[in-house]
Design a protein around this ligand. Structure first.
Ligand SMILES: *Cc1c(COP(=O)(O)O)cnc(C)c1O
Length: 345
């Protein structure tokens, strides 16, 4: 793979904005370089544009070198950047498995990039042959999501490696739910596949969706280009401090994940006994996709009781399905009680 051939020429040639905080990064005691207000410390100062301390902690936790980590305002920024770095508007395209996460298409549309959806098989496996059949000489990106939203299942690591091996563009593997899965991560193959980008997020297992912190892991060359294109101070001091503290308490995350996974077992078991439930798809994430008797009616029924699930009835291959996030034991019980009433009516 030649990165130069994949990156848009204007991005490859871009001279990034040189902010005060990156021009001088040594030790000093008097900062008169950035037109900051000298009062209201520490919020008066621009934050570290490259989030060095936070990346050091993530590096130690995920066993990935700090120069292979990019931090964005949620995965959203990491998704959008992939298009802006690699895809020429009106010319290039991306190939994606479907159904999957809606933001891949939204960002493609915003950037005027072709978006080619390739249906998963009926048991939600990747149709590798069809993915490659959708590729042409302008295909720069392939989107894989594992474990996948909304189906819940992880894609076999061997299948993902095969795609990385054979595709000549960039393969982006979204592992937003990876912390819930026992099926493995692509992180350990970063050095083997220079065209691989892995996305993770603090929004799910880390319980920090409101904070907006997403991570992209890739080769140092790709990360350097992402850093060039992003807004200089995309991650605020508040977010960096919050995340540093969260990284130091990663045992909380393990506890939450364990609890959520054991709650999911109970939830699936309880769902199985309900007459309105037709099928529960296996999940490697913190939600289950459930095929029910009448998804729209059931959705409205739950809504009237103040319980919101995600109606996936109009999504490809998800006809009749609701996507249910695993909550606390009490929340799950409320759901089950409501659903039993529906069955009894
Ligand atoms: C929830 C989710 C994310 C998280 O996005 P953020 O912008 O980091 O909150 C990313 N990818 C998928 C597939 C998701 O379901």
């Amino acid at each position: 793979m030649n990165l130069h051939d994949l990156v848009r020429p204007n991005i490859w040639n871009l001279t990034p904005y040189s902010c005060a905080r990156s021009e001088f990064s040594g030790k000093a005691s008097v900062f008169l370089d950035a037109n900051e207000n000298p009062f209201n410390s520490p919020y008066n100062r621009y934050p570290d544009p490259l989030q060095v301390e936070l990346k050091r902690l993530i590096s130690a936790e995920r066993f990935i070198s700090a120069d292979q980590i990019f931090l964005g305002v949620g995965s959203d920024e990491c998704i959008d950047l992939a298009y802006r770095v690699f895809c020429e508007p009106g010319v290039d395209n991306a190939v994606a498995m479907s159904p999957s996460y809606g933001m891949y298409q939204v960002c493609a549309d915003v950037n005027n990039i072709g978006y080619r959806e390739v249906p998963l098989t009926d048991d939600f496996q990747l149709d590798v042959k069809a993915m490659f059949a959708a590729v042409d000489s302008h295909t720069k990106l392939m989107w894989l999501c594992s474990p996948n939203n909304p189906t819940g299942n992880a894609i076999d690591i061997g299948v993902i490696r095969d795609v990385c091996q054979r595709f000549h563009g960039i393969v982006i593997v979204d592992e937003a739910y990876g912390d819930f899965s026992s099926k493995g991560t692509m992180l350990r193959y970063l050095d083997q596949y220079p065209n691989l980008v892995v996305l993770q997020t603090m929004s799910k297992a880390w319980g920090s969706a409101s904070v907006r912190l997403g991570m992209a892991f890739a080769s140092p060359e790709i990360i350097a280009i992402y850093n060039k294109v992003k807004y200089p101070y995309n991650i605020s001091l508040l977010t960096q401090q919050y995340a540093i503290n969260a990284m130091r308490h990663s045992e909380d995350v393990r506890r939450w994940v364990d609890t959520i996974l054991s709650n999911m077992k109970v939830l699936v078991n309880d769902l199985q006994s309900l007459p309105c439930v037709r099928h529960i798809y296996p999940s490697d994430a913190n939600f289950v996709l459930v095929r029910v008797e009448d998804a729209d009616a059931l959705y409205d029924f739950l809504l009237a009781r103040g319980i919101i699930v995600r109606n996936r009835n109009r999504v490809r291959k998800c006809l009749g399905c609701l996507r249910i996030t695993v909550g606390t034991a009490d929340e799950n019980n409320e759901l089950i009680n409501a659903l039993s009433e529906y069955g009894a009516k």
